[in-house]
Design a protein around this ligand. Structure first.
Ligand code: NAD
Length: 321
């Protein structure tokens, strides 16, 4: 689909909770979309979020914001799935996974029924598994169904490195790869500060005595970030909202940006039939190409470990997709 054609730049967001509404707020301010349609099974919530947002109209670029319905999928450029059930007391992660998989599968059916030509961006957790569920159910080209993956985690990683090195975050390039979850890992081989590979930058930086220990700590802090925020305030929403604007912008503007979105691998890195995050070119049709760079043995092993964990969860899910 040519997203730069004469049609309005339309984004449909399913799930008007913390993540969906914060994304809409950030998207409205970005000026990237001309039309935002918000859908939630709780129609009152969708109505309330829309009213609250449209009262901000004088303060952000012109954009139409309204409550949507499945008919909106037909001409949407991007459909963002941020709908999900929260974990109930006594509910296992697998039970929650089944519940959310059922939700996204039914959304995928509605999208297909509307013959949508848009890109589907999955945010609901566990994002890698649910991206795979939607992709299989919709039967679209693999690049058209992507997950927010580790775009957020990579931002957290860059923030921590920037703080530690005392360097503007815009001069820190770094990626978290693999699962958006506990098995994710820092791709140190791809990490650059001030244009230099991190191994070359460390001796100049001299901000720690034990670089290896510091690296392990930063990597663990990235993994633990969400747990801490959820402990403090119950949900994460601001940074994920902005990460979604970044991905949306790459699609709507056909940027060909390299982002660590979750995408289906088909032989890349020796892996098949699993969605996880690796550097990918994101443009108007979603993922245009996966950048299959040479990872050192330890990072490749970490990627494979992440993939096998995700495959196990997918098998346990055992959904008839
Ligand atoms: P939330 O509970 O605040 O909002 C979820 C919304 O989904 C609710 O308003 C609910 O009514 C709606 N919903 C449920 N089933 C629906 C359906 N079938 N159709 C339409 N709407 C439906 O949750 P949240 O904090 O906004 O988080 C949403 C999802 O995003 C969760 O799965 C969360 O784990 C995930 N998340 C992902 C990332 C990431 O980096 N991928 C980051 C933060 C949160």
């Amino acid at each position: 689909m040519d997203n730069t054609s004469g049609k309005k730049r339309k984004v449909v967001v399913i799930g008007a909770g913390a993540v969906g509404s914060t994304f809409c707020y950030a998207l409205a301010q970005s000026g990237l979309a001309e039309e935002i349609a918000i859908i939630d099974q709780n129609n009152n919530l969708a109505q309330g979020q829309v009213l609250d947002l449209v009262h901000g109209h004088p303060f952000f670029p012109t954009v139409s914001i309204r409550v949507g319905n499945p008919g909106d999928y037909a001409d949407a450029h991007i459909i963002v799935i941020a709908a999900g059930a929260a974990q109930r007391p006594g509910e296992t992660r697998l039970q929650l996974l089944r519940k959310n998989a059922t939700i996204v599968r039914s959304i995928a059916d509605d999208i297909v029924a509307q013959k949508s030509a848009g890109v589907i961006l999955v945010v609901s957790n566990p994002v890698d598994i649910l991206t795979q569920v939607v992709l299989k159910r919709a039967g679209y080209d693999r690049g058209r169904v992507i997950g927010s993956g580790t775009v957020l985690d990579s931002a957290r990683f860059r923030h921590l490195l920037s703080e530690h090195c005392g360097i503007d975050i815009h001069n820190v390039h770094a990626n978290i790869l693999g699962e958006h979850g506990d098995s994710e890992f820092a791709a140190w081989s791809m990490t650059h500060v001030a244009g230099m590979q991190i191994d070359k930058y460390c001796p100049i930086c001299r901000r720690c005595d034990d670089c290896a220990a510091k690296r392990r700590q930063i990597e663990q802090d990235v993994r633990d970030s969400a747990y801490h925020i959820i402990e403090y305030k119950g949900a994460t929403c601001f940074a994920i909202g902005l990460a979604l604007v970044r991905i949306t912008g790459a699609i709507l503007r056909g940027e060909r940006s390299i982002l660590t979105v979750s995408t289906m691998l088909d032989g890349e890195f020796g892996l098949h039939d699993v969605c996880l995050s690796v550097p990918s070119i994101v443009s108007e049709n979603g993922v245009d190409k996966i950048i299959e760079n040479q990872l050192p043995d330890d990072e490749l092993a970490a990627l494979k470990a992440s993939a096998s964990l995700l495959k196990k969860a997918m098998n346990q899910l055992d959904l008839d997709v």
